[in-house]
Design a protein around this ligand. Structure first.
Ligand code: DSN
Length: 423
């Protein structure tokens, strides 16, 4: 790592308050083990495109049908991103304008349903997302939500329960996928249920889009009707989102994004997504996606051997959900705080059938996308798992113990610098 090179010299001369904070955050991201499964390190080309002059342009509408002049290059750019999204995810149509995952998911509701319609989605406390119909979210207020969960014994989504609920509720739309599922979605089983009850199947692949692109996860198409995803998790793009769908839904998705929910698209973000999609098409990305899963399984193995109870006894993908009460902790939050002091970043999370609450969850959620981007492999995952276990084996969170672990964490981080982070 070359910490002497300062990429922000120009900006700092003008506004040191902001650029000093960016510099400090840059260093922080370099010197901790980032295990939050929804985070990653975007490449320099992705960041360059996202930080480009494209932020200067307004372009409401779609390529060839804009409300403002000056779209000669913007249209080409958006078309290129659309073509890449279709190619990467094997879809018939793509919209690359959503500002974020929540807006993109909402666009699916409005493309398919009317307010008051019945929709089925996964429970937040069983691995779903707020936008999958939680009562505090707009989706839970506008639609008649029927929520499914995981089986208490297996801790995986119970397809028999999903079928039974779907037969009773006859939903207009079913959402598959979530934010805390260590096991993969069975698209064929969901598609069979959706077909039986006449529902539209939407896959929220925000967490696993990069694994799908790298063929390390089952492919949603042709089984699903619509796939929605954020662009910054395993896909390693900038913060944004995209929707890929079958022809049948193209026009409804496009008009739900604009003008129903959004104004002008963020073309700088779109360009960053385009670059990320280009990277995802390279052979090295396939290796990256496979390594994320290999690393996750290796880390899970070490943690389980050390006595940590993992939800569903392991993982199929990038994500691990663990019950820290199994190691004497009161809950996930104090464990996550102790981990942070040791330089290990993850998040407290509810686990299925949690005896705690959203404010006092029993679990922690972690994953391997960021460490894999740094080039770490299964040997390092064993080391990371051992460092984590040393934190977890001391629920009193002894400060000296955490300081010693932190020193070893930093050593590991320095041996695996973030690629081109300081260039
Ligand atoms: N905040 C994202 C995550 O961490 O999974 C979901 O929106």
């Amino acid at each position: 790592m070359n910490t002497q090179t300062d990429p922000f010299i120009g900006g700092r001369a003008q506004d040191s308050a902001i650029f000093d904070l960016i510099k400090q955050e840059t260093l922080r991201q370099e010197l901790v083990l980032r295990l939050i499964p929804s985070e990653n390190y975007a490449s320099k080309p992705v960041r360059e495109a996202t930080g480009s002059i494209l932020t200067n342009k307004y372009s409401e509408g779609l390529p060839g049908r804009r409300y403002y002049q000056g779209q000669k290059y913007i249209d080409k750019l958006e078309n290129l991103c659309i073509e890449r999204a279709k190619a990467v995810f094997n879809g018939e149509h793509a919209n690359v304008q959503p500002y974020s995952g929540s807006v993109a998911v909402l666009a699916c509701y409005f493309a398919v349903c009317q307010a008051g319609d019945t929709v089925m989605g996964p429970r937040l406390d069983h691995g779903g997302h707020l936008s999958h119909g939680h009562k505090v979210n707009l989706t839970g207020k506008l639609f008649n939500m029927v929520q499914y969960g995981v089986n208490q014994q297996t801790e995986v989504v119970d397809m028999d329960e999903v079928r039974e609920l779907a037969r009773q509720a006859r939903p207009k739309m079913i959402i598959a996928g979530g934010t805390a599922f260590p096991r993969n979605v069975d698209f064929e089983a969901f598609a069979a249920i959706a077909k039986e009850v006449g529902a539209v199947l939407v896959a929220d692949m925000s967490h696993t889009a990069g694994l799908i692109a790298g063929k390390a996860y089952p492919q949603p198409f042709p089984h699903v009707d619509i796939m929605v995803t954020t662009s910054h998790k395993t896909l390693r793009g900038p913060r944004g989102a995209l929707i890929v769908c079958k022809h049948e839904w193209a026009q409804k998705i496009d008009t739900a994004v604009f003008p129903l929910l959004q104004g002008g698209p963020h073309q700088h973000t779109q360009a960053g997504i385009g670059v990320a999609l280009f990277e995802a098409q390279q052979p090295a990305f396939r290796e990256y996606a496979a390594n994320i899963v290999r690393n996750s399984k290796a880390l899970a193995q070490t943690l389980m051997e050390g006595g940590l109870r993992l939800i569903s006894n392991g993982t199929d993908n990038h994500l691990i959900l663990a019950d820290v009460t199994s190691m004497g902790w009161e809950g996930g939050k104090p464990a996550a705080v102790a981990m942070e002091k040791a330089g290990i970043e993850l998040n407290a999370n509810m686990i299925p059938f949690d005896k705690g609450s959203a404010f006092k969850p029993s679990g922690i959620r972690l994953g391997t996308p960021s460490l894999t981007t740094r080039g770490m492999g299964t040997e390092e995952m064993k080391k990371v798992g051992e460092l984590m276990l040393r934190v977890l084996k001391d629920p009193s969170a002894n400060e000296d113990n955490l300081r010693r672990i932190r020193a070893e964490v930093q050593e590991l981080c320095l041996a695996f610098p973030v690629p081109d982070y300081f260039v």
